[in-house]
Write a protein that binds this ligand. Sequence first.
Ligand code: ADP
Ligand code: MN
Ligand code: MN
Ligand code: MN
Length: 337
Amino acid sequence: MMSIKAEYIWIDGYKPTANLRSKTKVVDHFIRSVADAPEWSFDGSSTRQAEGNSSDCLLKPVCIVPDPMRGEPNVLVLCEVLNADGSVHVSNNRAALRILAEKYADQDAWFGIEQEYNLYKNKMPLGFPENGYPAPQGRYYCGVGANAIFGRDVVEAHLSACLAAGLKLDGINAEVMPGQWEFQVGPLGPLAVADHLWLSRWLLNRIGENFGVEVKLEPKPVSGDWNGAGAHTNFSTAAMRAAGGIKVIEEACQKLRVKHAEHIKVYGAGNEKRLTGQHETCSINDFRYGVSDRGASIRIPIHTAKKGCGYLEDRRPAANMDPYQVCAKLMETVCGE
Ligand code: ADP
Ligand code: MN
Ligand code: MN
Ligand code: MN
């Protein structure tokens, strides 16, 4: 008899920042699509998703990819969390994005998310000495060599695993702080980009286990003169990508200005420590947009300005944001009237 390991992955109910959870189901048939993956359940009282006296939550498979850790034909099964009666669980932010994605499907929204993160070993950022601080920022970003780069083996293993799983990563780079890295996902539609980002976060944490390395998505892991960790969210609609789209991009920026506070609410917990107006950020209390401006809330890339069409970069989201919420907010504000 055939035995396939299916790793069911979901997002828990911790606040203000949720965590990934997963457990393995062994099945006796291939899982090639969502239709082949049975619904399952878990103990919601252990994940802050239910009370002990009625603890069952349901796992509804929504995205299946090959499992690069166990190898084919094993799979990763990303799930939405439902209540026992089949209704949407309050921790399930994907459900709202599903509705918006359908509502505005005709605008063909694309997203590209730059996930920054920090690697830690023994509770210390990789590259930090046991006492004191490493050399100040400067040589680390896109660096090479043992005095600048910490954790490349983890990062390489992660990129290979994501590509083997069919996740649409479009690049990686070492970041400004030692032990800090970035990968980019996209461009993809709203549900796909968010699903791929959550699955790639799961793989990063899973691979970190093999290296004894912890992954942190905290917006400001080390206070002082060290860059924070963000999740710049690049966004376009068909109208922005078409000739003359720069006008639509500027209109989008005006809409985003009015909703600044609403957006910040879902852009990650602790983001005020990161959005100080220093270290390539705009203050959390201001909203500015500009061409090539890395001190703005929204940056219009130079190639977009030159071509007169393309996309905008929302620089405000923190590394620990939920992409279901960020993509939903952007669609609601920009795609709506
Ligand atoms: P930078 O570091 O200069 O801000 P990156 O190269 O790290 O930029 O990331 C650019 C991101 O923009 C990528 O995730 C890519 O998928 C995304 N992107 C490219 N074109 C589009 C587009 N038309 N719409 C939305 N996102 C896009
Ligand atoms: Mn980048
Ligand atoms: Mn970056
Ligand atoms: Mn960026």
